[in-house]
Design a protein around this ligand. Structure first.
Ligand SMILES: O=C(O)CCC(=O)C(=O)O
Ligand SMILES: [Fe+2]
Length: 353
């Protein structure tokens, strides 16, 4: 009966209490800024053990709230308008990624998520276009929503990078130079929308391509597999907390000392599955022309770690741009050759590529 029960909404249906979750370390950004020694130790532990942590007191609440609103509005644009900005199969990532274009497993299962990826370079150079143009809602809200969200998120990540380079024994400013926003780079904001009532992975198991991610979630679905286990654990969204993680390019620069851990996005658990799921992320990535390699000459700690690692693991022989494009190309279903499962069955999409 109307009035007796409050209407269900995504913000009032809680994350269920009976699914396995990971108790991520909680890092207080204001204590990191104040160089609190214990907090710096905890950040280092989080970054090297799991590669994921919660971040509180980050000062991004208003910017993130605006991003959720504007991203929902942008995703509501007609599909044909969004498709004018589709990223295609050549390895580009900035723009719109339609549902069903990425394989979420080796059998080529189609993903069910839409992405809108907006380059940091475009947001920072706005209204000058550095890489490309975007759907109308993004253009309308670049200056009041995307640019401030990215500027603040980039500043948070810049502080993390300073902490990490100190701990790694790198000369001051090494990571700042590798991620200099003044030179073209792969940094971006990403909005993701998953429709309600799904039963397969939205984003398949992956490690992030770049250096650092800040993920903002209201509904569950993000899962992490702790090292040495084969169990997926949910990362429960906590109001006011962002979820931060290390990506592959920081793992490469540090010869694996900083951990880029596997994760995926499943449909929201329990009653939350009846709502569309939105997430708002920011990714810091290296300068496009930076050659990816462990920074052995710059740090004896990294040199020691690299010496123990399998040959070539932290020296992929490509620039950050080539690395990103290769990883994105490999995700697209159209570029995956021979959809062969363990029975040798060829799946749709295999031919002609
Ligand atoms: O939507 C999320 O919670 C995380 C998305 C993610 O892992 C990614 O975009 O790399
Ligand atoms: Fe990710």
């Amino acid at each position: 009966m109307p009035g007796l029960t409050a209407p269900l909404s995504a913000s009032t249906v809680p994350f269920p209490g009976d699914v396995p979750t990971h108790p991520l370390l909680v890092i207080d950004h204001s204590l990191i800024q104040a160089h609190d020694p214990e907090e710096l130790d905890r950040l280092w532990e989080a970054a090297t053990q799991l590669g994921f942590w919660y971040l509180k007191n980050h000062g991004l609440d208003e910017e993130v709230a605006r991003m959720f609103d504007v991203c929902a509005e942008a995703m509501d644009l007609p599909l044909e308008e969004k498709m004018r900005f589709e990223i295609g199969d050549d390895g580009n990532l900035f723009g719109y990624k339609a549902r069903g274009t990425i394989a979420t497993d080796k059998n080529g299962t189609r993903d069910n998520v839409e992405f809108l990826d907006i380059a940091q370079d475009d947001a920072f150079s706005w209204p000058v276009v550095t890489h490309r143009t975007y759907p109308s809602v993004v253009t309308t809200h670049m200056a009041d929503t995307f640019t401030p969200f990215m500027r603040k998120s980039a500043a948070v990540n810049a502080i993390f990078l300073t902490v990490f380079e100190t701990r790694l024994g790198l000369p001051a400013g090494t990571f700042a130079a590798l991620h200099d926003p003044a030179r073209p780079n792969g940094g971006e904001a990403r909005c993701i929308r998953t429709p309600p009532h799904q039963n397969s992975a939205g984003v398949g198991a992956h490690t992030d391509f770049g250096s650092l991610a800040i993920v903002n979630n209201r509904l569950g679905g993000l899962q992490v597999m702790p090292p040495g286990t084969d169990q997926w654990l949910y990362i429960k969204p906590v109001p006011g907390y962002a979820i931060c993680n290390i990506g592959d390019t920081l793992a490469i620069f540090s010869a694996g000392i900083l951990r880029s851990n596997v994760h995926r996005v499943m449909p929201p658990p329990g009653a939350q599955s009846q709502f569309p799921r939105y997430s708002v992320s920011f990714f810091t990535r290296p300068g496009s022309d930076i050659r990816l390699r462990a920074l052995c000459e710059e740090s004896s700690l990294i040199a020691e770690a690299a010496a123990k690692a399998p040959e070539g693991l932290y020296d992929p022989g490509v620039t950050a741009r080539e690395w990103l494009m290769r990883r994105v190309r490999n995700l697209r279903r159209k570029n995956r050759e021979g959809w062969l499962d363990s029975q040798g069955t060829e799946h749709e999409g295999a031919k002609g590529h």
